[in-house]
Design a protein around this ligand. Structure first.
Ligand code: ZN
Length: 241
């Protein structure tokens, strides 16, 4: 039984997890790149970009205020809480995430490497001061220096943050079990981590609603709802401990 194999691998205590948009859809947060999450039917790549921030400032601010508002009141789901529990129990070494919603931390996970930054914070483009993203709903200029505030996420056209990328690489190299949850594994560098893990000898498990380009590398591929699958795995983990 495939979920059984995942539970067994977890109990070794060296598991790394990679999460994507599918992790949060159960919390009612649509993928902003998907058709359900589109804002005003606009191509998000044009709005969530450096060029929009510089040349289309008003719409850029409106788009991010919309996304920050959507995030307010969204709670972690049972899947986020299960992962946090595994970390507390010493089974999980860390989470690499493509999500910017902060829901892993809200559920209690501490070792979270956010490849695409966070929508929970904004920072000043001039003095780098950081604020809770709620500030951005009130004002788009820095309370300290009057500089331009910007969301703490990585925009299209920007480099990913080095710290989280490096930590994600280390985690992938040292994991004995690598679990992909709700990522379509189509975006680099996120899709590189499962390959690093596999090359370093880890078992690779992919749980996603749809097939991914790395399914052929995986030891198990499960097309299922993530929260449900994690619940099943958690039952088995608890019965083995
Ligand atoms: Zn400032």
């Amino acid at each position: 039984m495939s979920l059984e194999r995942i539970a067994e691998c977890l109990t070794v205590g060296k598991t790394a997890v990679l999460t994507g948009a599918g992790m949060s859809t159960t919390s009612g947060l649509p993928d902003f790149r998907g058709k359900d999450g589109l804002w005003k039917n606009r191509d998000p790549r044009l709005l969530a970009s450096i060029s929009a921030m510089d040349n289309n400032r008003d719409e850029f601010v409106e788009f991010y205020r919309h996304r920050i508002r959507m995030l307010q009141g969204v709670e972690p789901n049972a899947g986020h809480r299960i992962l946090a529990g595994w970390e507390r129990a010493g089974l999980l070494k860390g989470i690499i995430t493509q999500n910017v919603d902060g829901l892993h931390q809200a559920a209690g996970s501490e070792k979270v490497h956010e490849l695409h930054g966070s929508l929970k914070v904004v920072r000043c483009s001039s003095c780098r001061a950081q604020y809770d993203s709620g500030v951005f709903l009130e004002r788009a200029d820095c309370p300290e220096c009057g500089g331009m505030l910007r969301p703490g996420v990585v925009l299209f056209g920007e480099m990913l943050p080095e710290g989280p990328m490096e930590a994600a690489g280390d985690l992938s190299e040292t994991a004995s079990c690598f679990l992909v949850l709700g990522s379509s594994l189509e975006v680099s560098p996120a899709n590189g981590y499962p390959m690093i893990a596999k090359r370093s000898g880890a078992r690779l498990f992919i749980i996603n609603m749809t097939p991914t380009p790395l399914d052929h590398l995986a030891d198990e591929v499960i097309h299922a709802d993530i929260v449900g699958a994690l619940g099943e795995i958690d039952l088995r983990v608890n019965s083995e401990q």
